[in-house]
Design a binder for this molecule. Sequence first.
Ligand code: HAM
Length: 421
Amino acid sequence: MSEDASAKKELAAIKGTRDILPGEVECWQALETAARVTFGLYGFRELRAPVFEATELFEKGTGQTSDIVTKEMYTFTDKAGRSLTLRPEYTPSVVRAIVEHRLDLQPGLMRYYYMGPMFRYDKPQKGRYRQFHQVDIEVFGEKDAAVDAEIIEMAHVLLERIGVPETETLINSVGCRVCRPAYGKALREAARARANSLCPDCQRKVETNPLRIFDCKLEACRRIAEGFPRILDYLCDECRDHFQALRGWLDLYKIPYRVDSRLVRGLDYYTKTTFEIVSGGLGAQNALLGGGRYDDMMKDFGGPDICGIGFAMGMERTLSVAHLSVEKGKPLYLAYLGGEAKKTGVELGRFFRRNGVTCLIEFKDRGMKAHFGRASKLEAAWVLVVGEDELRKGRFGLKEMATGRQVEGTKEELLAVLRGR
Ligand code: HAM
């Protein structure tokens, strides 16, 4: 490799991360706006937590036996010798923030949303990145299964708004601390019997947390896990009633769903409901969003005993199947000729911008023909002409690029034209 090529490689973006460039970023902004508007309608407010946290937060929240904590965290020691981790997910951060600021004592709904980057050291592939972005929502203090259904309904509203076709909703219940031990025992026994055929990672999980075997991505382990006992057969009365109620609410919303008794969702904190919305248009990484209930996390963090439920949507995956129509702006390009015209042009630009018109000024002195060439390259809708003649008259030229229509007038008159009056 030449020195030049190797220097370029060294300076490239890190594997599993990517730049979101102008041209693409408009779709991201449209998704963010759609999410803000949708969540606002359901009483959610934004809560922004830091990008890195104490490693212990995720060990305790996300869970010691999850793949995320055991294999995928970006953990480092800072200069003060503390172990810190770039957040692999957002849920533990929200719970920490609530406990730290006692948000439970404040009036108002405990419904929060956030969007931003998350970090997981997983094998990069289509739809899986090491820095990826989530839109995350969380609800606290509402035990009723109606809220489980409501956030699923809200997810569908958002997906519809951004033009995501062909989705499937999967639901399950993973039980609670009352019923899960008996299930864990039955599962461990079944897994022990097949341990020799499982991958080394799953063999370890048989003893640490057999539920996590369902997260294995290997086809052989998946097939074996198909034959394991179903958690739905072990639910206690409360969990069974909750699951039934969720199904009733989804029926009321007329949201079709499929019960997938193996949907345990890779994180240790879930209780009762888990769900995912998957896309038909994606390959192996087909989950657009996933979530569930986590009624014990807050008290496990030393906070009040307040239940929680939420979901996170992967922005990269969702955008890859969304059909967003992003409106193009109608910018005005300033074509000035000479030093005096440049000064007047800048003042005009200031006037138009203050009145909401996007005004492109490139500080490169050029001739009128070159200005028009540039305006067309930049896809300007209008060109404002300021030359000696215009300066003398105090009236300026405006040309509509698409039609060739030309207008002359004062800045106020031209503003009216730009506003379509
Ligand atoms: P999760 O299933 O780990 O859940 O992630 C949610 C979504 O983030 C996935 O469905 C996927 O779209 C996206 N995602 C995850 N990992 C990657 C990756 N490496 N590259 C690209 N996209 C990815 C959670 O994170 C939970 N915190 C959700 C939750 C909120 N549960 C309760 N509240």
